[in-house]
Ligand binder design. Structure first.
Ligand code: ATP
Ligand code: MG
Length: 158
């Protein structure tokens, strides 16, 4: 399905913004242009929901969750950053493994299965993109993913 990503992304962020306690601040840095992506909207929604849920789970009171979207060589690059506890450097890449959780005791309190990011990775790869994370332990985490896009609505006329 051809979807305009800005509208799609903003709608998901809106849903979290309305539901969340107002102790976390959302900051959007999204371009005004339209970007069309060929996606399965339900699956992409699941991916973004998981990334935002993770960011909220680990955000301190008054923390900021920041949403960025830029264009890199035919791809949209989406970044979701939090100011939470972060992930030790040696564990960052493993968070995309099935059932992997950085701190078992902490994770048990937080709930969840440890599958969210493994599923997200499969889905982003299936859409022709890549997903990764960068983190500073004690400072925060950024999750990045890319998606191929088209500038216009798919070239109906050619
Ligand atoms: P589920 O998503 O299945 O409910 P989960 O959130 O624990 O469970 P993932 O979303 O796959 O599983 O995340 C895996 C692990 O990566 C988490 O348990 C957590 O340890 C770590 N993690 C993910 N996102 C963050 C983040 N924003 N800040 C700190 N740690 C994170
Ligand atoms: Mg999760």
């Amino acid at each position: 399905e051809m979807v305009e990503f800005n509208v799609f992304f903003n709608r998901i962020i809106d849903r979290f913004e309305m539901a969340k306690s107002h102790k976390v601040i959302f900051e959007r840095h999204l371009p005004k242009q339209q970007y069309f992506v060929e996606i399965d909207p339900d699956k992409l929604t699941q991916v973004i929901d998981n990334i935002i849920s993770n960011a909220l789970k680990y955000s301190p009171e008054g923390g900021k969750v920041r949403f960025d979207m830029t264009v890199e060589e035919g791809f949209l690059l989406i970044q979701i950053s939090d100011q939470g506890m972060g992930i030790p450097k040696e564990n960052v890449d493993r968070i995309f493994d099935r059932f992997y959780r950085v701190d078992r005791a902490r994770s048990r309190e937080m709930g969840g299965t440890g599958l969210g990011l493994a599923i997200s990775k499969e889905m982003i790869n299936a859409h022709g993109g890549v997903i990764w994370a960068e983190s500073k332990f004690g400072k925060g985490t950024s999750v990045f993913f890319t998606l191929p896009f088209e500038e216009d609505d798919g070239g109906e006329w050619d």
